[in-house]
Design a protein around this ligand. Sequence first.
Ligand SMILES: [Ca+2]
Ligand SMILES: [Ca+2]
Length: 318
Amino acid sequence: MPNKKIVLIAFSIIIALVVLSFIFFFVFSLIFPAKPPLPLVNNNYPISTQATSTVAVNNTISGNASVLPSFRVIIPNILTVEKCNNLANIQDKGKCLDRLTEYDAVNKSDGVKCLAINDASFRDDCLFRLASKSNKISECRKLGSDGLQEACVNNVSANTKDISGCDFFAKVSNNYQECRDRVQAFLVSGISDVPICQNLKTLEYSSLCLLHATQSLADCDKIVDTATKDKCRSLYLYPVANNQAACEAIPLESYRKVCLIRIKSADFLSVDSDKDGLYDWLEIWINTDPFKADTDNDGVSDYNEYINETSPVDPSSK
Ligand SMILES: [Ca+2]
Ligand SMILES: [Ca+2]
């Protein structure tokens, strides 16, 4: 009997230790959380700093018929084969079943299952997500169109931080440059890398690069070049500014003015002050003037330069 009692006490002590260690790690994670998310991931500029960011940006520009599928299809938990089959409309039923198949294929990394999807956009969506999940350039080549293959390669290269993946593109093409700039933007990890960001030719990646090279607003103050420091401070201050005083404290004029519009506009994400086809939030991100349709005065609008991949801030490029 006493032995049984000892075993019981020992068992209770072990349980107590396990519970205590869980409490300890929970409290520890509250006090020392993992690196906090960058402030960009909010609705003030709808740009994520994750590898899929440009795809989201390209899909948001008005008038730009994007070749990319809505690859972030979220499958509601409530969707079941039975519920799909109960849908009255035959097309809704088909799409519902396709979405379920896609969900299953991505979960199981089953490319053959993707090919069984009837709807072409869901099928491509499925292959795109699988390729991004496997992070293999070879999987990107299975996609149905050049545009999708390119988007996929961009994504995989940025995810794997492997600049050699960009060799997929012809070396003289803008795509090659963009792909490399993108990977660089994800490779940097310190103030000493800021010069790399300054040398990137793809405008949106220079902003992203700067955010990845710094960890906080305080890091911006360590940058020697004044213009880059102001850009850095603006990138951090803009998304969290939610009143007039906070907006007015932003160093760069374009960020400051767009911030003041944002806090007063209920429909800010579709505000295009200079009516050139590029939203204000995007223009500050890519360094063009949101209040001037042709920032570099070369006769070609910012929108056309952005779409044609010439530089909207360099008059010798048009
Ligand atoms: Ca505009
Ligand atoms: Ca121009």
